[in-house]
Design a protein around this ligand. Structure first.
Ligand code: AMP
Ligand code: MG
Length: 399
């Protein structure tokens, strides 16, 4: 049986960045990863400009203050100065307006006072104070974003600043979600005897969306070869990733691995040394990834976070697949004993200015309610473990 890290390595060997597509900036979801190099088409700023409302002066004229200067013109943003500033002169200038020839500092208006046609400079400026030189931010032809850059709000602003309307990114992977089980009913229905509501479907669709995938719901497959065959076939057609829940354990009606094999899916592993989530199946058909998650909701949830989310991150082009791991002091004494490495629902939180992790009360893989508020998982080694409050423990951060 593979360890968690071996299983993740096996998944990441198969999860490749999806071929890049050109997307309009206006339609670009946040967090996409750039698949090209972007160069600026302009110097920025495009001209040497004022950073303050005030007076463009020659610094040498105002070394001794107060100093009176003759105001020769007024330049608003969007206008161009027509006169050079000569000795004894100043130009009234607004933020963003081009600096007139001859001027080498801008004195903020608050540090001046008007006296008829003259301005009195009250505080001597430093040379080039409140001036941003042409090209100081970036030069035409300069590379400003490289492949692999994650595109958030500030990067979108930057792309707009260099005139881009569309951009090459790795598209969001399409993820088909297929819950299985004869006992599963859709949430509006009241479960009859022996039935259980489909909580995994909505949860996995939401996890997919949170991880940057495009969720596609296939409905519930029943525990028959025919039902599984038709819906698995549909999922393999439509999606880059097929994610099943249920039907991968050792029960008589756990038919998923057999049907996957029949449909040409190559198995990479089936079972991982972990709790919950041991029966996890992973296979591929061509470039398509197939995950069979154990049906218990916490198992499904944990398997998604540890394996599928990293796979989606890779398909989106992220160099760092995650999951994010750290060590945090545990908030209360904690004792447990498991035969496998265990992922325990937990909350990482700021308490009195320090990050801590708090284990949630948890009754095992069927206890979905315990996951409410969980934003982390304790990563607990196999065997008897006992941590005193304040002891640093391994944590997987979820969001
Ligand atoms: P299985 O992996 O099919 O053996 O299912 C394990 C457990 O998870 C059983 O108790 C199932 O009833 C439950 N289960 C399976 N699928 C779902 C689902 N979509 N939503 C909630 N529970 C499920
Ligand atoms: Mg089942």
């Amino acid at each position: 049986m593979l360890s968690v890290s071996e299983a993740l390595a096996a998944v990441l060997r198969e999860a490749k960045a999806l071929p890049a597509v050109n997307v309009a900036l206006s339609a670009l979801p946040l967090g996409q990863v750039l698949a090209e190099s972007v160069a600026s088409d302009v110097d920025s700023p495009p001209f040497t400009k004022a950073l303050m409302d005030g007076y463009a002066v020659r610094a040498a004229d105002v070394e001794k203050v107060p100093a009176a200067l003759r105001v020769i013109e007024e330049v608003a943003a969007g206008k161009v100065p027509t006169k050079p500033v000569k000795a004894g002169e100043a130009t009234r200038i607004m933020t963003g307006a081009p600096i007139p020839d001859g001027a080498d500092a801008v004195v903020a208006v608050e540090r001046t006072e008007m006296a008829g046609a003259e301005v009195r400079i009250l505080v001597a400026p430093r040379l080039r104070q409140n001036i941003l030189d042409r090209g100081a931010e970036m030069k035409a032809g300069e590379t400003i974003l490289k492949p692999g850059a994650v595109l958030g709000p500030q990067e979108l602003g930057l792309l707009a600043a260099v005139g881009r309307e569309s951009i090459k990114v790795h598209p969001r992977p399409r993820v088909a979600v297929l819950p299985t089980g004869d006992e599963i009913v859709e949430p509006p229905l009241k479960p009859g005897p022996g039935q259980i509501r489909n909580s995994n479907g909505p949860m996995l669709l939401a996890q997919t969306a949170r991880a940057g995938g495009v969720p596609h719901y296939l409905g519930i497959a029943r525990d028959t070869v025919e039902s599984l065959r038709s819906l698995i076939g549909e999922g393999l057609e439509k999606a880059d990733v097929l994610m099943l829940s249920g039907g991968v354990s050792a029960g008589k009606f756990d038919l998923v691995p057999g049907v996957l094999q029949e449909l040409g899916v190559t198995s990479h592993f089936h079972k991982v040394t972990m709790k919950p989530g041991k029966p996890l199946f992973f296979g591929t058909r061509g470039s398509k990834l197939v995950f069979g998650l154990p049906g218990n909701p916490v198992s499904s949830f944990v398997c998604f976070e540890l394996f599928i989310r990293p796979a989606l991150r890779r398909m989106l082009g992220n160099a760092d697949a995650g999951p994010v791991r750290t060590m945090l002091p545990i908030s209360a004494d904690f004792k447990t004993d498991n035969d496998r490495p265990t992922y325990w629902p937990a909350v990482s939180e700021l308490a009195d200015g320090h990050w801590r992790v708090r284990a949630l009360p948890w009754k095992g893989s069927a206890d979905l309610r315990a996951l409410h508020t969980a934003n982390a998982l304790l990563e607990i080694p196999a065997g008897p473990q006992s941590f005193a409050a304040g002891h640093a423990v391994g944590v997987v951060i979820l969001s």
